[in-house]
Design a protein around this ligand. Structure first.
Ligand SMILES: Cc1cc2nc3c(=O)[nH]c(=O)nc-3n(C[C@H](O)[C@H](O)[C@H](O)COP(=O)(O)O)c2cc1C
Length: 149
């Protein structure tokens, strides 16, 4: 069984809903899941994590949701070594924002990679335009992601 920290970036609650759904379902399967709703360097406590799931939407013109900016900027500033972490990314977006589709997920993905964390699986990009049930898509993706850990 696995212990997973889910770092949430959300403006209107979809990514939080997806994270809580994963917490419920993976918890039922016997995993230990902690959802971190307002991640910053302290609450994320990445020095003590091994498995991390980033679950973030994109807002503005390709920007990070406000609640996850403290983590992003804190990591950019302190540049910790995250080579002890394996991570996955669930990015929520809308493909009508052609140039910035899921950009916040891409930014977090790139930063974790730069800091030495090891990516597991491909980033999931959920399009709000065509997917009314992001939690179901995320659950199906997470089942495969867990097998790759
Ligand atoms: C004002 C606004 C700006 C957005 N900008 C983008 C964007 O640049 N790229 C993108 O992929 N999605 C964009 N979206 C779509 C959201 O990422 C999508 O609706 C997502 O499901 C919202 O999740 P949340 O409720 O967790 O914030 C935008 C949505 C709004 C309302």
């Amino acid at each position: 069984m696995t212990t997973i920290a889910i770092l949430v970036g959300t403006e209107s609650g979809n990514a939080q809903m997806v994270a809580e759904c994963l917490e419920d379902e993976l918890g039922r399967q016997g995993h230990t899941v902690e959802v971190i709703a307002d991640p910053d360097p302290d609450s994320a406590a990445l020095e003590s994590r091994e498995i991390v799931l980033i679950c973030t939407s994109t807002h503005g013109s390709g920007e990070l949701p406000d609640n996850i900016i403290p983590l992003y900027e804190g990591l950019q500033e302190s540049r910790p070594d995250l080579s002890h972490i394996r991570y996955g990314v669930i990015a929520l977006g809308d493909q009508t924002y052609t140039d910035t589709f899921c950009n916040a997920g891409k930014l977090m993905d790139r930063l974790f990679g730069e800091l030495g964390a090891g990516k597991v699986g491909e980033r999931l990009e959920i399009d709000a335009c065509t997917q009314p049930l992001p939690d179901e898509e995320a659950l199906a993706w997470a089942a495969e992601w867990l097998e790759q850990l």
